[in-house]
Ligand binder design. Structure first.
Ligand code: C2E
Ligand code: MG
Ligand code: MG
Ligand code: MG
Length: 291
């Protein structure tokens, strides 16, 4: 039974990667060139507090503007970067670009934490923590302005180095989030041993949690676990007003999803903030004395 369970876990966890691999549309060579030719760009998706609607952070999501194939989404090339030894360059490009953008926003009066996605490969490099600290210093940000989202898309290959990096990052003040909680490889043992302070609950447990009992039960047990451990929960995939109200009733901390905003080009964030901070937020939080 145990073996069957392990096999099922393995098959399920590999399904998305295999789908992506079947799509032969981009190659490692093209991706390598894309990084040096600046064909990558970032979008930014707001994460807001469910308590008062304030912007909590902007999640940095990379895209690839391919010269002939048009826009390629990360699900189509991140696994390739991870497999082909390109993820280090890619991650460093994404973070450096986001930090520069943060400087531009700061000049325009927008101060906001950034959430960035890390791959296991990044954390399996001993030099990663030092690189990140240096990059942050150059951008006038503090470690607590960065939330590091970690998806365990596969088991760790070098758990001692990962643990070493994560512990150092946490001690420096970075916030650590388990991404896609409920669908990754993260076992309870890893959550016990690694000093995470947030969960991002996968959208498959969020959207429709108020409508379908099975989803609600899983949502509630994840919330219970997080609360007992004193962790913050961000709900992903908040797609409609019903999701939003359900999450507020369940004391979930933060929300992200199309109901709030799609991932936005850097130049669209200011407009979104004006819009959200005005009418929308007033309508969703009528009790707040809008100032
Ligand atoms: P993620 O970190 O879980 O990011 C959330 C994904 O959900 C994004 O997909 C976002 O566009 C999508 N999303 C947001 N709100 C909703 C919603 O309400 N409904 C639905 N159906 N989807 C929503 P995206 O941008 O395609 O990114 C996919 C994944 O690629 C990310 O999942 C992340 O794991 C990975 N990724 C993106 N950028 C990076 C990066 O710079 N580095 C690494 N290592 N991974 C990245
Ligand atoms: Mg993420
Ligand atoms: Mg993810
Ligand atoms: Mg996620």
């Amino acid at each position: 039974d145990r073996e069957l369970g392990l096999l099922m876990d393995k098959l399920l966890s590999q399904a998305p990667a295999r789908l992506a691999r079947n799509n032969q549309s981009v190659t490692a060579e093209e991706l390598r060139d894309a990084i040096t030719r600046n064909e990558l760009f970032n979008e930014y998706q707001p994460v807001v507090s469910l308590v008062d609607g304030e912007l909590a952070s902007l999640e940095v999501l990379v895209r690839w503007q391919h010269p002939d194939k048009g826009r390629v989404m990360p699900d189509q090339f991140i696994y390739l970067a991870e497999e082909q030894g390109l993820i280090d360059d890619l991650t460093r490009w994404v973070i450096a670009e986001a930090l520069q953008q943060s400087l531009r926003w700061q000049k325009a009066g927008i101060h906001c934490a950034l959430s960035v996605n890390l791959s296991m490969e990044n954390l399996e490099q001993l030099s990663f923590t030092d690189w990140l600290l240096k990059a942050l210093e150059d951008a006038d940000l503090k470690p607590w302005d960065l939330i590091l989202e970690i998806t365990e898309s596969r088991p760790m290959r070098r758990p001692e180095i990962v643990l070493d990096n994560l512990t150092r990052l946490r001690l420096k003040g970075f916030k650590l989030a388990v991404d896609d909680f409920g669908t990754g490889h993260a076992s309870l043992a890893q959550i016990r041993d690694i000093p995470f302070d947030q969960f991002k609950l996968d959208r498959s447990f969020v959207h429709a949690a108020g409508k379908e009992r099975r989803i609600r039960v899983m949502f509630e047990s994840a919330m219970g676990l997080a609360k007992e451990l004193g962790l913050e929960i961000t709900a992903e995939g908040v797609e409609d007003e019903e999701d939003w109200h359900f999450l507020r009733q369940h004391d979930c901390h933060k929300a992200q999803g199309y109901f709030i905003a799609r991932p936005l080009g850097a130049d669209k964030v200011g407009d979104w903030l004006n819009h959200w901070g005005g009418e929308t937020r007033k309508a969703l939080f009528p009790h707040l004395n809008a100032s």
